[in-house]
Design a protein around this ligand. Structure first.
Ligand code: ATP
Ligand code: MG
Length: 148
């Protein structure tokens, strides 16, 4: 089915803002064209909710989470950027393995399954997933889909 990316992102922002910690704000921004994409709405929503949940969980109070979508001639990209605890470099290669959790999660609860599922969902939709992260600075995940 065809989904309206901006509408979906606005809906997710509203829902996720409700489960933020004190003074955490999700700022949503779209750049480029407005368009519809042939993507599975449930898979995409679930994947983005997972990424934003991580951003909320692994950042402190009084922080911003930047959620952006971009549509251009090549397709669309979606990113979730936080100013949280970051992912240690030596852990980054294992990030998408089931049950893997980085060494700096302390007593933050989790099973280590979320990202493995997100990656499968994105791959099912023939998308690509990348991230950059630095300890104590933050993490940014980017998901992109080529125009077909
Ligand atoms: P859950 O299965 O409940 O999502 P989880 O959050 O531990 O548990 P994943 O979402 O798969 O599992 O993430 C795997 C690990 O990657 C996390 O345990 C954490 O160490 C690290 N991680 C993921 N997202 C972030 C982020 N935004 N900032 C810092 N670390 C992160
Ligand atoms: Mg998670």
């Amino acid at each position: 089915q065809y989904i309206n990316l901006v509408e979906l992102a606005e809906e997710i922002t509203e829902e996720m803002q409700l489960i933020c910690k004190k003074n955490q704000h999700i700022v949503y921004q779209h750049t480029g064209e407005i368009g519809h994409f042939s993507l599975d709405q449930n898979l995409l929503k679930n994947a983005l909710v997972n990424l934003i949940s991580n951003a909320i969980k692994y950042s402190g109070e009084d922080t911003l989470i930047e959620f952006t979508t971009c549509i251009d001639d090549d397709g669309c990209s979606i990113s979730v950027k936080d100013n949280g605890i970051g992912i240690p470099e030596e852990d980054q290669v294992h990030l998408f393995e089931p049950f893997f959790r980085a060494h700096n999660t302390g007593n933050i609860p989790g099973t280590g399954l979320g990202l493995n599922i997100v990656k499968r969902y994105i791959e099912l939709m023939e998308g690509k997933m990348e991230f950059v992260s630095e300890v104590h600075k933050g993490t940014s995940f980017k998901v992109s889909f080529d125009k077909i």
